[in-house]
Design a protein around this ligand. Structure first.
Ligand SMILES: Nc1ncnc2c1ncn2[C@@H]1O[C@H](COP(=O)(O)OP(=O)(O)OP(=O)(O)O)[C@@H](O)[C@H]1O
Length: 244
């Protein structure tokens, strides 16, 4: 299909009298690695929530893979190929890692009208755990995992719905330098396999290493959009980050 994979057109969102997003327009071509940055409270999560369906935008429209998403619940958007990896991992603690990944595989299969992947379920979960380097821990429980392993499990779960776009929402927060590099390498590999990315990240080194384009939100408005190394030198962006 031609055209961008994600097309956000003049999106606005208010919470009561507070304008959280104003006139946000953003097109993400297939295969792109887009970084979305901005100071705390600038509207990044609100925008992603409007894209993923956790919130309804009250102005503008969101189109994904040619489908208008406005009004669609989050699970229908997941079915269309939109996935999000959360900042705070939320695994099922009583289940093994393999079972944790089987749940979204089953859910994705059923929501696409299949009866389920049947015997492929176990293989599918194993493949996803292998992909994130947790293949050897399939029968352990989330409580046994380190912080970076929890993030890897979240990535495997996000990939279980076979998405076209993955929104990585601060997936590296709190990790060490080496661990950030490990997750970055994993995300780059996913991108090479065809996944389009939006990365929300406060770790500037990571977002600059990953992104081909950078969009900056400040107070609910898009103030910059372009090549990362140009954007971070933009006077308005510098002023927003330094509070001037
Ligand atoms: N449900 C809500 N009700 C009222 N105000 C909200 C709600 N959600 C977010 N806001 C406000 O909207 C603004 C944007 O918040 P948002 O969480 O989108 O920012 P952010 O850029 O993701 O911040 P951070 O980097 O700290 O995660 C903030 O002022 C926040 O307080």
């Amino acid at each position: 299909m031609s055209g961008p994979l994600l097309d956000v057109a003049a999106v606005g969102k208010r919470f009561g009298g507070f304008v959280a997003l104003s006139d946000i327009t953003l097109a993400v071509p297939r295969g792109e690695r887009l970084g979305l940055i901005g100071p705390n409270g600038s509207g990044k999560s609100t925008l992603v929530n409007c894209i993923c369906g956790t919130l309804r935008n009250d102005a503008g429209s969101v189109t994904f893979n040619g489908h208008r998403l406005d009004g669609l619940p989050a699970h229908r958007r997941t079915r269309l190929g939109l996935a999000r990896s959360f900042q705070l991992p939320r695994p099922f603690h009583t289940m093994t890692l393999a079972e944790n990944v089987q749940v979204p595989i089953l859910y994705a299969a059923r929501s696409r009208g299949h009866r389920g992947p049947g015997s492929g379920l176990r293989d599918g979960a194993e493949a996803l755990l292998d992909m994130v380097g947790l293949g050897g821990k399939a029968h352990q429980r989330p409580a046994d995992l380190t912080q970076i392993e929890m993030r890897k499990l979240e990535l495997a779960k996000a990939m279980a719905s076979d998405p076209q776009m993955l929104i990585a929402d601060e997936v590296m927060a709190g990790l060490s330098h080496r661990e950030v590099d490990e997750i970055l390498a994993m995300l780059l590999k996913l991108n090479e396999s065809g996944i389009t990315f939006i990365m929300i990240e406060h770790i500037m080194r990571a977002v600059l290493a990953f992104s081909q384009r950078l969009v900056v939100l400040v107070a609910g408005r898009k103030i910059a959009d372009g090549p990362p190394h140009e954007v971070i030198r933009d006077d308005d962006v510098v002023a927003a980050y330094l509070g001037r």
